[in-house]
Ligand binder design. Structure first.
Ligand code: ZN
Length: 102
């Protein structure tokens, strides 16, 4: 069962890597903000069944749709929301990797 390892490795490891590489002394704060990107998995609560291990979440859940992704890209522009947006996009990349591995 390597797939959950890849999943959580990307969800938690990728933001950490980005924080360490690009945010210097501020890495911990940046990492915390990026982890907030996990919040969009709340839309799984709307799904029925709520959890299904082999379901691709991209374009299945409302906060994982292309429309939502377009909004996340837009959030990259204002400085205030940029780190959060990076977290959201990393989240989408992690979920998309899951889909590709299925
Ligand atoms: Zn997700």
């Amino acid at each position: 069962m390597i797939q959950p390892l890849i999943h959580y490795g990307l969800h938690f490891g990728l933001p950490l890597l980005v924080a360490l590489l690009f945010f210097g002394k501020q890495w911990l704060k940046a990492y915390g903000i990026m982890l907030l990107g996990l919040i969009i998995d709340l839309d799984h609560l709307l799904a029925n069944p709520m959890f299904q291990p082999n379901r691709c979440s991209i374009n299945f859940h409302p906060l994982h749709s292309y429309y939502a992704i377009a909004i996340y890209l837009g959030l990259l522009i204002p400085k205030k929301t940029r780190i959060f947006a990076i977290g959201l996009i990393i989240h989408i990349i992690a979920d998309a990797t899951d889909c590709a591995l299925m």
